[in-house]
Design a protein. Structure first.
Length: 131
């Protein structure tokens, strides 16, 4: 049985998007240089392959520019983050956000500062719901 194609990002694809989102629009060389600065030296062909996968998945668009292309996010980082979280909740926790939060607490993955931030966010959300 073949591997299921993920509608969200692989680790490498997410690494590319973390370079592309803040830049807004990039060339393949822009991506290569940024990844090289982060310690990942990829060939031009490898960069082009991942960019083409991101286009096929609908995460990027491209337009001709000179002899190459400019690549632009088709989906914002916030929207992508929400989709990844929803995918995780669905696949790993049977659709239960409460089970995911419980796993975070059980695994001691939440620092005291994160916990305070979460309480503040919940209070803000509850306040917004009341209005």
């Amino acid at each position: 049985m073949g591997r299921r194609k993920s509608p969200t990002f692989t680790e490498v694809e997410l690494e590319f998007m973390r370079v592309i989102w803040p830049a807004g629009e990039v060339t393949t060389e822009d991506v290569r240089a940024a990844l090289r600065d982060l310690g990942r030296d990829l060939s031009d062909g490898s960069v082009r392959k991942v960019l083409s996968i991101l286009i096929r998945k609908g995460h990027l668009t491209r337009r001709p520019e000179g002899r190459g292309f400019l690549y632009k996010p088709a989906v914002g980082q916030g929207q992508a983050n929400r989709k990844m979280v929803q995918d995780l909740i669905t696949r790993a926790f049977g659709g239960s956000a409460a089970l995911m939060v419980a796993a975070l607490f059980d695994g001691k993955a939440i620092s005291e500062r994160d916990f305070e931030d979460i309480k503040r966010l919940v209070a803000e959300h509850e306040k917004d719901e009341d209005q």
